[in-house]
Design a protein around this ligand. Structure first.
Ligand code: TEU
Ligand code: CA
Length: 541
């Protein structure tokens, strides 16, 4: 087994805006993260992936950067950032920053300069096409609404934006732009940043005239050049966000020679609970057999040749316990633990999104769109209205899938605003904070928090969890997700009842003789052949 630290590690994602506010303005900040390093060390995580804290007008909560080399005052200062890096180190926690390199904010100095004229040195940092008003170069549409082309009358040109109009795309075919980005990355490495998460990195090789947005012909050249100039050269961890990844491309991205990135986030499993011909708003139940096939494919095809990341949640996704578990009072904890077991037993680097370790839930079904704030949610609302959907149907769909679900304040305790702020939080706290909160879980041996803690520690102590080969068991079973991980000396067996029915199994045929039970989400077993609702077990031989 190679010694890359991130192969044995668990990474924790923080969305700073809703983690902890310390100055009463209702917005989470960097001092708030520092205040919880003890909590994170207790959980046992090795690194924090910090969503953007750079200067930003916050059109897309920081994924629209106006200055890469400064901290937005709402989050603190560069001083606070240096302090976070230093304090985290004392807690044996590395800081991984989010790099948004496909686009900037329209308020970035480069874009402001670019607007001044076609011969401005920064003009070619962005993607422009000459034209006439009302006739965009093509009909591609942007993720957050409208055409990807935005008209600038003063220049007689369109600029391209794949996300909001306030997020102009950078022109990666310009070597000067690429060098400016690498210089910026190295500036952060010199400050002590130990890794990067690369936002929509599969988009940077776009060729808009050919309508190629992802996997452009130069994409891997660009990534290799960037890696060799920055994080790869420094031997740091890197994870690319690649919605378009297949096992084939993931093997390039995560080539063990380190020429591109350490790993990528792939989203094939995340897209299974939607109509295959529709969007994520076209809901359908998760087809378990297909889900098993997809997980099996990724586990087996990358084994020994690439590296997976493992995740259920992030700041763009609904909460997993509400999505594929069961967030009723009766089954919330047990189903959250089952999903954790299923994921953490696999090969790859697990990511835990803030609050997932407490079994935090989605926002309850709202009575109006006013409950939501996200730019994507607002756009979806308009699109679904235009499709003729009823208000009720739209709200149901948004409730199940919208990104706001992940962005409610972290539930620290049962006091006012869940302990997140002494002021008015920018996003309302979910009312269930009185029962679901960190204070009540940290010292409770049976809590979801303690269960995550055990899983995180098991990965460090159990080599087969890191590099064992994956074998799916009962591939045709429509209720049970079970697998082996095997290396030369150990076999790990994971058995999960994915649903709320009791199920009989033949445990002897699944669990090698001589295995011992490492972990289970029920206190005592009622016979090895009976799986209760959402029961999960992990055995080791
Ligand atoms: O997300 C990539 C992206 O394509 C998202 O729009 C994603 O498809 C959507 O959230 C799922 O419905 C990244 C960031 O993670 C996201 O927060 C940003 O809004 C986006 O890039 C633009 O930077
Ligand atoms: Ca604050």
């Amino acid at each position: 087994m190679d010694n890359k630290w991130w192969k044995k590690s668990v990474i924790y994602q923080i969305y700073p805006k809703t983690f902890q506010d310390t100055n009463g303005d209702g917005i989470g900040d960097i001092p708030g993260i520092i205040a919880h390093l003890d909590y994170l060390e207790e959980l046992g995580i090795d690194a924090i992936w910090l969503s953007p804290v750079y200067c930003s007008p916050q059109e897309d909560n920081g994924y629209d950067i106006s200055d890469y080399q400064d901290i937005d005052p709402i989050f603190g200062s560069l001083n606070d950032m240096d302090r976070l890096i230093a304090e985290a180190k004392k807690h044996h926690i590395r800081i991984i920053m989010d790099l948004v390199l496909n686009h900037t904010s329209d308020e970035h100095f480069w874009f402001q300069e670019a607007l001044k004229g076609k011969d401005n040195p920064y003009h070619d940092y962005y993607v422009w096409r000459d034209g006439v008003e009302g006739c965009p170069p093509n009909d591609l549409t942007a993720s957050f609404g409208g055409s990807i082309w935005q008209w600038v009358p003063e220049l007689g040109q369109y600029y391209m934006h794949q996300f909001s109009t306030k997020q102009p795309d950078l022109n990666w075919s310009n070597p000067k732009l690429r060098q400016a980005l690498y210089d910026m990355i190295n500036w952060w490495i010199d400050r002590g940043i130990e890794g990067f998460r690369l936002d929509v990195i599969d988009h940077v090789g776009k060729v808009p005239d050919e309508k190629i947005m992802v996997n452009g012909p130069k994409l891997h050249d660009y990534i290799r050049e960037m890696s060799a100039s920055t994080f790869g050269k420094a031997g740091l961890v890197s994870v690319g966000e690649t919605w378009s990844a297949t096992p084939e491309t993931a093997l390039l991205y995560s080539n063990p020679d380190g020429s591109e990135m350490s790993m990528v986030f792939q989203f094939e499993h995340i897209c299974l609970d939607q109509d295959p011909d529709g969007t994520k708003w076209d809901l359908r139940p998760l087809p378990l057999l297909q889900f098993k096939e997809v997980m099996n494919k990724w586990q087996t095809e990358l084994h020994g040749k690439g590296w997976n990341s493992l995740f259920w949640d992030n700041h763009d996704l609904p909460r997993i316990v509400s999505r594929w578990g069961n967030d009723s009072e009766e089954y919330r904890e047990v189903s959250a633990k089952m999903l954790a077991t299923l994921l953490h037993g696999m090969e790859g680097t697990p990511y835990v999104y803030q609050g997932e370790e407490l079994g935090m839930t989605n926002i309850p079904l709202p009575s109006s769109i006013d409950a939501y704030k996200d730019v994507e949610t607002m756009h979806a609302y308009r699109v679904l209205k235009a499709r003729g959907w009823s208000e009720e149907k739209i709200l149901q769909s948004l409730c199940a899938k919208c990104r706001d679900n992940a962005r409610t304040p972290m539930q620290w305790n049962d006091g006012p605003q869940a302990g997140f702020t002494t002021g008015t939080p920018w996003m309302p706290v979910i009312p269930n904070y009185t029962t679901i909160n960190a204070a009540s879980q940290v010292h409770d041996e049976d809590s979801v928090f303690s269960y995550y803690k055990k899983l995180i520690h098991l990965r460090k102590e159990t080599p087969v969890m890191v590099d064992g080969a994956f074998e799916m068991l009962l591939p045709e079973d429509e209720e049970i997700f079970a697998y082996h991980r095997t290396d030369d000396s150990q076999t790990l067996t994971v058995i999960c009842n994915f649903y709320g029915n009791e199920r009989r199994i033949d445990a002897d045929s699944l669990v090698p003789k001589g295995s011992r039970l490492l972990l289970s989400n029920y206190k005592d077993m009622e016979g090895a052949d009976l799986l209760r609702p959402y029961e999960a077990r992990m055995y080791l031989k």
